[in-house]
Design a protein around this ligand. Sequence first.
Ligand code: HEM
Length: 150
Amino acid sequence: MKYLESCIDETLRKYPVVPLLTRECVKDYKLPGTDKIIEKGTEILIPAFALQRDEKYYEEPDKFIPERFNEQNSIGKNLTNRPYLPFGEGPRNCIGLRLGKMQTKVGLVLMLQKFRFELEERLKKNEMVFDPKVFFLSPLGGIKLHIIKR
Ligand code: HEM
């Protein structure tokens, strides 16, 4: 079950459903290590997608490597120097984190017991292209799968 968890974690790193998080600054805040001040009332956009695909934090960021999230692996999702924000962060992060992950696991286990899923050729060869008109991360043209009974 742990490897399934790592696969879900890595999927949400590569494809955070909410690619940009939003906040409003509630008091003047000096960015540590700089002389920049974010003023009270400033609207903030936090680029979760860009941070999670930045090679400064994740080696070979476009590769799907679930082992990044193995407990034994030093590249854990909880290391503070590695942004991992698919469920946001702080007191207003996703309230459904555990339910969302549990539903995903139950759904995958039930489906994978009976079927094999094969990706369409287009996506086997190319990186996914996202629909620029949709705020939530959505594949342009959808994802077609071949479903084969086991
Ligand atoms: C894989 C599934 C899910 C993902 C990736 C996801 C992602 C997110 C993200 C990124 C946020 C914004 C957090 C922030 O700004 O820091 C959020 C907020 C929220 N999510 Fe989810 N979510 C998921 C499932 C769910 C489920 C199952 C529920 C409810 C049963 C839920 C309820 C909420 C609520 C109520 C908020 C607003 C929390 C607040 O503003 O205090 N989410 N979610």
